[in-house]
Design a protein around this ligand. Structure first.
Ligand SMILES: NC(=O)c1ccc[n+]([C@@H]2O[C@H](COP(=O)([O-])OP(=O)(O)OC[C@H]3O[C@@H](n4cnc5c(N)ncnc54)[C@H](OP(=O)(O)O)[C@@H]3O)[C@@H](O)[C@H]2O)c1
Length: 271
């Protein structure tokens, strides 16, 4: 798996496995546990080494399934990201939330721990005191944020004792907010990875230009949408799939040779 070098010198796989909807949505769903555990293992066997999850997914059950799947692998071979949910950003709540996540994930540490959403009711200073302590304790290897705009990201950088390695935001061919609000530029200029979530949503796969570029290369529309993202400096992405063929195709997107003309057409494919 190709990686990007993060601003702390470590490597983050350019394509990771999203887990939203695995083990339920907002509530836990235990009906597919064996199939989902097997699917996560198959993804790892295909070469996925970054798994993105969150305490909120399936009310903790996504983390449980990831934890179960990871028992078959050496922990150090996987880059594991999880997130603390917005209401848990007070000092004691965050430390408790982290305990819960690590317990469900059956591990001693998260490679990356993200603030899932900003919460204006809780001072960011307090949240970062807890995050900095978690890093000092070794239970979190690096810190990032999610759904932060540039001003909030800048504040996070001043409060974090270690480099803020990523901002995870919704970004795809149809959702260009990170381009419009300056976040992508800021990340590119300040050596911060922009992790694009929902890379295949918002009607991207039905876009006529995406379909045309896909035909030209004998590729799938999803591959074009993923490669458009990962060709951009500092951008990594985390598509979710419950389908093994899609998992493989998504991974193979990294070797799709989009040329400058393809990139220009895709850039301009949305008015
Ligand atoms: N930080 C945040 O606030 C936040 C918010 C949302 C998501 N996320 C993270 O980002 C991950 C990805 O985002 P997402 O799950 O919202 O959206 P996504 O990955 O863009 O889309 C998932 C959908 O795309 C389909 N799909 C995947 N590969 C495909 C392919 N090759 N061809 C056709 N369809 C394909 C999947 O169906 P199949 O199962 O049939 O393949 C699934 O329905 C999440 O799972 C989660 O880990 C983070």
């Amino acid at each position: 798996m190709k990686t990007r070098i993060l601003n702390d010198g470590s490597h983050l796989p350019v394509l990771g496995l999203g887990t939203w909807q695995m083990g339920g949505g907002s509530n836990a769903d235990h009906s597919q546990d064996d199939a989902t555990t097997a699917l996560i293992r198959d993804a790892i066997d295909m070469g996925y080494t970054h798994i993105d999850t969150a305490e909120m997914y399936g009310a903790g059950h996504a983390e449980e399934l990831v934890g179960r799947a990871l028992q078959a692998y050496a922990r150090e071979d996987i880059f594991l990201t999880t997130k603390v949910w917005g209401p848990n950003l007070r000092y004691d709540d965050l430390l408790r939330a982290l305990d819960g996540s690590l317990q469900r994930l059956q591990t001693d540490y998260a490679d990356l721990y993200l603030i899932h959403w900003p919460n204006a009711d809780i001072p960011l200073e307090e949240t970062f005191r807890a995050l900095n302590r978690s890093v000092a304790d070794g239970r979190v290897k690096r810190v990032g944020v999610s759904n932060f705009d540039v001003p909030l990201l800048r504040r996070a950088q001043t409060l974090c004792a270690t480099p803020v390695v990523t901002d995870q935001v919704r970004y795809n061919l149809h959702e260009r907010q990170p381009q419009q609000n300056g976040l992508l530029n800021y990340c590119q200029e300040n050596d911060i990875a922009l992790t694009a979530y929902s890379p295949l949503k918002d009607g991207v796969l039905e876009n006529a230009t995406v379909q045309s570029v896909a035909r030209k290369h004998g590729a799938t529309t999803a591959q074009v949408a993923l490669r458009w993202l990962t060709r951009q400096p500092q951008v990594v992405t985390i598509p979710m799939s419950m389908n093994r063929t899609h998992l493989r195709q998504n991974q193979e997107a990294l070797s799709l040779a989009l040329d400058e003309e393809d990139m220009r057409r895709l850039d301009q494919s949305v008015a």
